[in-house]
Design a protein around this ligand. Sequence first.
Ligand code: ZN
Length: 271
Amino acid sequence: MQYPIHPSQRTQKAPTKRTQRLLQGIVQRPSPNFNERGDASVLFLMQHYTAMDTTENAIQRLCDPKTEVSAHYVVGDDGTIYQLVAEDKRAWHAGVSFWDGHNSLNSTSIGIEIANPGDVPFPKVQMDAVTALSQDIIKRNKIRSLYVVAHSDIAPDRKQDPGELFDWQGLASVGVGVWPVPVQRDIDTSSKWTDADVMQSLNKFGFVTGQDLKTLVTAFQRHFQPEVFKNPQQVGVADDQTKARLACLLRRKAISNGLLARKKRLAGSAA
Ligand SMILES: [Zn+2]
């Protein structure tokens, strides 16, 4: 039996003229803060916000050798895309990090810093640029939808970016990342989950072990249930919707892992 996947997540449209224009207009602002990836290849796309007052201040900080931080791209609040580090180099944006069995994600990720002080809505012109850039990175690097991550996903005890105002649902609707749309089966699967089951499911989905439940539920909600941040009492508490969305994502992950394994088998038998 097939379970529904959001139709918009099945296909990616061909780039529009506007997308091409955006990508052709990328401004080079090289940062010295990078090293070699070594044997690692790109698996992840990571979204951040800069938590700085202006785009220019953020770029200067990410280009200052003393800070030892950088990202591959910065997207300004006016939609301008800046490239600081080449994609085949290892930019320094993730820090101590973990997702789905992978450590130290600087080696295996491409990082986008989105200019935002942290508490203001992202302008549409900026999100259009983030979308175009992300689609292009995902396509060229063959990044799995489930591996489009937030800094807060991979460092849940330290980081909150790109925050609950970031439009993950909108991005998923155009092929950037995943958005959970639970079906009855997900609701049934998760309805009797205890705290221990929720913790186990969060770890199975990708979150690091050894954190307390509230920290991980908060991080999960920041990405996949941002509406709870309007009511602080709900933050960090796994309600029915949190559980159903998590069950949905685990089901999607199982399908995706199955497809990936099959693809590898086929590639192996063809070789
Ligand atoms: Zn960050």
